[in-house]
Design a protein around this ligand. Structure first.
Ligand SMILES: [Zn+2]
Length: 349
């Protein structure tokens, strides 16, 4: 085992080119050449992603700015989590699991420093490939999510009602429930696009480590990616409706739940033979939090509070409020949407 990972890799030219290639691939897959998208990587250490429309004649042009700090912290968090061989057992080797006090930090630099205090952790080639793969899946999710804000008409709608563009993590002049509703729309579409991509676009499979090239592992990797993004990155966990009602995005468990439900509905309709396996994998992979708890890198009390609240009557009322609100939003967004919006509530998201 000889490979020492370093989040600096993320800011290398090669890595940024790789990122832009994924953006191009996904735009092509989703949209052909319906609009032009310019991607810009910033370095302001604020995790921020923003989207704006640029003045143009003819084909529409949008710009997305991604702050690279988000990718660095993602890279580090995955390094720490995957150093624990209980995740993806049998896929490569790690020289040990990181022992650090928490992954809930406000900047990648703090994580880098904590990791430097740990004894060096080496991955073998296969474990490094696994890290690369899950990291790429996270990028896929993030990029698809942002492209969907454009393709589903959110940006043009906001511009048309004179709001100042769109910044991820803010309500952008909308009230919180409206903001959570459009985030639910994109997450749902992304979950479907993500599964559909892996199940029907053969090129996507060629980048998967060989031992994960089977449907169950793809489902596991998908759900693992969602848990990393929704619970392990600086996240939105709540335990009361008053906390949920002020967020720009649904709280962690509801985002996870909406994405899972959208994926399940897609499978039930287009690949019904796989829906049972997907449901089983969903149940099985909650062990993620037991493993994380043993490694003591995340306060799982907060995770379970968020989960229990989301499953309570109050949490389900909140979830339904967002779903019901979606019915009001569909006609507002339709004139601007290039791709199909999430199905209306009640149509089995
Ligand atoms: Zn968003």
């Amino acid at each position: 085992m000889t490979i020492l990972l370093n989040s600096k890799e993320v800011i290398s030219n090669g890595s940024q080119q790789h990122f832009l290639k994924i953006v191009d691939f996904l735009i092509h897959e989703l949209l052909g050449d319906n609009f032009e998208l310019r991607s810009n990587i910033t370095n302001n250490d604020n995790f921020r992603i923003s989207i704006s429309g640029l003045p143009s004649v003819g084909k529409k042009i949008y710009q997305i700015n991604y702050d690279i700090s988000l990718f660095r912290i993602l890279y580090d968090i995955l390094y720490i989590v995957l150093s624990n061989e209980r995740f993806f057992q049998g896929i490569g080797k790690s020289s040990g699991a990181f022992s650090i006090s928490t992954i809930e930090v406000p900047s990648w630099a703090i994580l880098d420093a904590a990791m430097a205090n740990n004894k060096p952790i080496f991955f073998d080639k296969e474990r490094k490939e696994l890290h690369d793969f899950i990291y790429t899946l996270c990028l896929h999710f993030i990029i698809r999510h942002e492209i969907r804000h454009i393709a589903n008409g959110h940006i043009d709608y906001l511009v048309n009602i004179k709001k100042n563009g769109f910044v991820e993590g803010f309500t952008n002049g909308l009230n919180s429930i409206d903001s959570q509703t459009i985030e639910m729309d994109v997450d749902s579409c992304v979950a479907v696009g993500f599964l559909n991509g892996f199940l029907t676009v053969p090129e996507q499979l060629t980048h998967i480590p060989i031992k994960l090239q089977n449907t169950e592992s793809i489902f596991e990797s998908f759900l693992f990616t969602l848990k990393i993004l929704f619970y392990c990155l600086p996240s939105k966990m709540v335990s009361r409706v008053q906390e949920a009602e002020i967020l720009s995005h649904p709280n962690s468990t509801l985002r996870y739940f909406y994405s899972f439900t959208a994926g399940l509905s897609y499978l039930q309709e287009f690949k019904p033979e796989l829906s049972e396996l997907f449901g089983r994998t969903y149940q099985k992979t909650w062990s993620f939090f037991e493993i994380i708890e043993d490694q003591k890198i995340l306060n799982t009390n907060k995770v379970w509070d968020d989960y229990n609240w989301s499953m309570s009557d109050e949490g389900q009322d909140h979830a339904n409020r967002i779903w019901d609100n979606w019915n009001q939003w569909i006609p507002l967004l339709k004139p601007y949407a290039i791709l199909k919006l999430a199905p209306p509530a009640g149509a089995g998201l």
